[in-house]
Design a protein around this ligand. Structure first.
Ligand code: AMP
Ligand code: MG
Length: 404
C-alpha cells in the first residue's frame, strides 16, 4: 500500500497557481506572501458610539458631579466632517467615524445623557480611550499572510480588509468521475432484474468535492470498451484527474483493465490491502492526466479513494499533509484480520476524556454500504496483525475532518 501511494504521489504534481477572486480562493492554498498596501486602521477613528472630547475638560466628572459640554457637531462612519473639537466642546461621534481634530478621547454614550445640543457626562475617560489608532493593527508594507496558508474565513477577512480583490492561489483540481458496469442504473430511475443503482460515482464525487475538488460526475458508461474509451478521451479536456470505478478485477468483463492496459500508461497492481486489492493508476492523453481506476465494490472504491485519491488531490492543491493524520485509540470490538494485508475496518469512533474509542460497524464485506454510512473512521490494521482483541490499541483514521 505504501509503495503504491508513493508511485501515485511521485506522479502527481501541484497545479500551477493563478490569481483568483477572493471567494474562489476560500479553502485554497495561498501562493504568494501578501503584503498590505495600507495601514489598518487607515485613520484614527472612534471605537464607540459617543462623544469625541478633550479629556482634560472632564477632570472630576462623576455620577454626582456630571460635566455638561456643548455638542458642536456630529460625525458618522464614512463621513468627512471638518469639525474641530476646541477646549470646552465636544462632537457626537459614531463607531468607525474619523476622529475630529482636537479631540483626544471618546466618551461612550453610556456615560452620558445622550444629549445632542448639550451633553451631561458622568465620567472622565482615560487619555486616548476608545480611539483606534491608525496602523495599530497592520502597518502599510507589513506582511499579513504567508504563502502556503490555507485560506479560511479569517484569512479572507484580512485580505478583504487590506483591499485585495484577488489573490494567487492553487486552484481546485477538476475531477471527472466515471462508473462502469452494465448492471448500473441512475438513482431515480426504475431498476430491472439484476440491476443496481450506481452509488460509486456519487460516493466518489462527494468525497472528491469534500476534499476540495470541482467534480464532473459523468456517471454510468456501461461495459462497452469503445464507449468507455471514447468517454475518457472526451472528458480529458476538463480533467486534472480522472476516477473510474469497476472493471478492474479478474472477471470476464473487466473492460477498464483490458482497454487501458493496451495503452501502456496505466498499471494495474494488486495491492496488499483489504478492501481495495485491485488498483489501477497511470496517466492518459497528451497532457498525462492522472487516472485512478478504482474497484467496483462500493466499500473498496471508497477506501481506495481515502488511501490513494485523497492524498493525490491534496498534492494537486498543495495541501499538506497529503495523508490522513492517524490517531490512536482503543478498539471496543475484537475481529480477525488477514495476514499480509493492511486492513481497513469501518468503525464508529468517538473521542472523549479517555481518548479515541472505536466500535466496528457492519461486516467486512466490501458491498456493505449500510455499515459504511454509520461509520466515521477507519481502523487500520497492519499487515502482520491477524487478530485484534477488544481493548487493543489500534490506529484510527477519523474521516470527518475534511481538512486534516
Ligand atoms: P466490478 O469491479 O466491476 O467487477 O464490480 C464489483 C462489484 O461492485 C459488483 O458487484 C458491481 O455490481 C459493483 N459495482 C460496480 N460499480 C458500481 C457502482 N458504480 N455502484 C455500485 N456498485 C457497483
Ligand atoms: Mg463491473
Amino acid at each position: 500500500m505504501d509503495e503504491h501511494l508513493e508511485v501515485v504521489l511521485g506522479r502527481v504534481q501541484a497545479l500551477p497557481a493563478f490569481e483568483q477572486p477572493l471567494m474562489e480562493a476560500v479553502g485554497l492554498v495561498l501562493c504568494e506572501d501578501v503584503v498590505s498596501g495600507l495601514s489598518l486602521p487607515g485613520f484614527d477613528n472612534s471605537a464607540m458610539d459617543g462623544y469625541a472630547v478633550q479629556t482634560a475638560d472632564l477632570a472630576g466628572a462623576s455620577q454626582d458631579n456630571p460635566i455638561t459640554l456643548p455638542v458642536v457637531g456630529e460625525i458618522a462612519a464614512g463621513r468627512v466632517e471638518h469639525i474641530v473639537v476646541t477646549p470646552g466642546t465636544c462632537v457626537r461621534i459614531m463607531t468607525g467615524a474619523p476622529m475630529p481634530r482636537g479631540a483626544d478621547s471618546v466618551v461612550p454614550v453610556e456615560w452620558t445623557d445622550g444629549g445632542t445640543v448639550n451633553v451631561r457626562i458622568a465620567q472622565q475617560p482615560a487619555l486616548a480611550a476608545s480611539v483606534r489608532r491608525a496602523g495599530e493593527d497592520v502597518q502599510a508594507g507589513e506582511k499579513v499572510l504567508d504563502r502556503d496558508t490555507v485560506l479560511g474565513p479569517r484569512q479572507i477577512a484580512v485580505l478583504a480588509a487590506v483591499g485585495r480583490a484577488r489573490v494567487k492561489a492553487r486552484p481546485r483540481p477538476r475531477v471527472v468521475v466515471v462508473s462502469t458496469g452494465a448492471e448500473l442504473r441512475e438513482p431515480g430511475t426504475k431498476l430491472g432484474e439484476g440491476q443496481i443503482y450506481d452509488s460509486n460515482s456519487y460516493t466518489l464525487a462527494a468525497a472528491a468535492r469534500a476534499a476540495g475538488a470541482v467534480v464532473y460526475r459523468v456517471g454510468i458508461v456501461g461495459d462497452d470498451p469503445k464507449r468507455i474509451m471514447d468517454t475518457l478521451s472526451d472528458q480529458l479536456v476538463r480533467a486534472d484527474l480522472v476516477i473510474t470505478t469497476g472493471g478492474v478485477s479478474m472477471g470476464a468483463y473487466d473492460v477498464v483493465k483490458e482497454e487501458l492496459s493496451k495503452l501502456g500508461t496505466v498499471d494495474f497492481p494488486q495491492v496488499a490491502m483489504q478492501p481495495g486489492k485491485p488498483q489501477g493508476f497511470g496517466v492518459l492523453g497528451e497532457d498525462e492526466v492522472p487516472i485512478f481506476t478504482l474497484p467496483g465494490n462500493p466499500v473498496s472504491a471508497y477506501v481506495s479513494f481515502e488511501v490513494f485519491v485523497r492524498p493525490a488531490l491534496r498534492k494537486l492543491m498543495g495541501q499538506m499533509p497529503y495523508r490522513r493524520r492517524p490517531v490512536h485509540g482503543v478498539s471496543l470490538d475484537g475481529f480477525s484480520s488477514p495476514a499480509g494485508k493492511r486492513q481497513f475496518v469501518r468503525a464508529a469512533a468517538t473521542s472523549g476524556d479517555e481518548g479515541w474509542m472505536a466500535s466496528t460497524v457492519g461486516g467486512h464485506g466490501s458491498h456493505l454500504l449500510g455499515g459504511l454510512s454509520r461509520s466515521n473512521a477507519l481502523i487500520v490494521v497492519p499487515e502482520d496483525v491477524t487478530s485484534v482483541r477488544a481493548g487493543d490499541q489500534v490506529e484510527l483514521w477519523p474521516l470527518d475532518e475534511e481538512t486534516g
